[in-house]
Design a protein around this ligand. Structure first.
Ligand code: HEM
Length: 295
């Protein structure tokens, strides 16, 4: 809750993920007999008229999925503040970009009816490459500390945000120097200089895996230092402590991840453009050959 207003964005996004993924799973399972049948047998199946790529449902999957994929490019416009699209935080636009970037390709997959050939399959596999590299890119993206509008934070801001967190943990929640030292050690900032590139990726992934276990020990330490701490306060302190540990780690690895993110963009974008080019050719050819949906 910010400024006394409830924030419905996160829960709405979760509902949209849950509903759309469930519907896609139901569509996949109910069409399994068709999708798993050999290509030569499919025209004899009752579901063929509906589920073939040009069928009422199959074609619908393609149109809705492609529309989602085209809409997710609006994120690029929002990021660069083009065409007057200035409303909404960039981070929220990125969340919708990701939603469409996952649901769109899944719908397009149902549209293909798992039949891949010709030039269209180049577009399809480029789409998968963009989608999976997106998941990877998102992981790199969150390693770069950002402000509330999604812009990258300066090193000085990160430093002072870390100091503020330390002060709150000490003064409001009464964390001892021992507990604060534990939090700093969890960040493993000492190895940041040695780990660059892909090695850094593995180092932080390992650090993420170890974190829950380490924070379990931290909780035990806080409880033994201050046994009277109320449950609500310890929950809040743990959240702040996590934020502090991540912030310290992200500060130490900042240069590495800014570089990695730059290289990631260089790989991610061309696949996105290949995919769109093939999509446009594919739709053009389909319309030329007289394919129509409900309009
Ligand atoms: C077919 C699916 C997708 C397409 C076509 C696509 C396309 C793009 C493009 C063109 C950009 C560059 C934006 C810019 O800098 O102007 C981008 C950025 C990004 N995408 Fe995607 N994407 C897709 C799916 C995904 C998925 C599934 C995720 C995450 C799970 C994702 C995460 C990201 C992230 C983190 C960025 C960088 C944001 C930034 O630099 O501000 N994308 N995507």
């Amino acid at each position: 809750m910010a400024n006394g207003k409830r924030n419905y964005f996160g829960p709405t996004l979760m509902i949209l993920y849950a509903v759309s993924l469930t519907l896609i799973l139901v569509a996949f399972v109910s069409g399994w007999v068709y999708y798993s049948a050999p290509l030569a047998e499919r025209p004899h199946l009752e579901m063929h008229t509906m589920l073939k790529p040009g069928g009422l449902i199959g074609h619908g999957y393609g149109i809705v999925g492609s529309a989602m994929i085209l809409l997710l490019f609006l994120y690029s416009l929002r990021k660069r503040q083009k065409f007057g699209i200035r409303w909404g935080k960039t981070s929220r636009w990125l969340s919708v970009h990701i939603l469409f970037g996952i649901i769109g390709p899944l719908l397009v997959t149902l549209h293909t009816a798992f039949k891949f050939n010709g030039i269209v399959s180049i577009g399809y596999f480029s789409m998968l490459a963009v989608m999976f590299s997106g998941i990877f890119g998102r992981y790199i993206y969150i390693q770069i500390p950002r402000g509330s509008q999604g812009a990258e934070m300066e090193l000085g801001d990160i430093q002072s945000a870390g100091e503020t967190l330390e002060l709150i943990l000490k003064e409001t929640y009464g964390l001892t120097d021992k507990a604060l030292a534990m939090i700093s050690s969890f960040s493993e900032t000492g190895s940041a200089g040695k780990n660059t590139g892909v090695k850094a990726m593995f180092a932080i992934a390992l650090n993420d895996i170890k974190r829950p276990f380490r924070f379990y020990n931290l909780k035990k330490q806080i409880l033994s230092d201050t046994p009277d701490i109320p449950p609500k306060a310890i929950a809040e302190a743990m959240k702040l402590a996590q934020r502090k540990a991540l912030l310290e780690r992200r500060r130490a690895y900042l240069d590495t991840f800014v570089k990695l993110f730059h290289y990631w963009h260089v790989i991610h974008k061309p696949f996105a453009y290949i995919m769109v080019a093939v999509m446009i050719i594919h739709v053009f050819v389909a319309v030329l050959f007289g394919y129509r949906w409900i309009f």
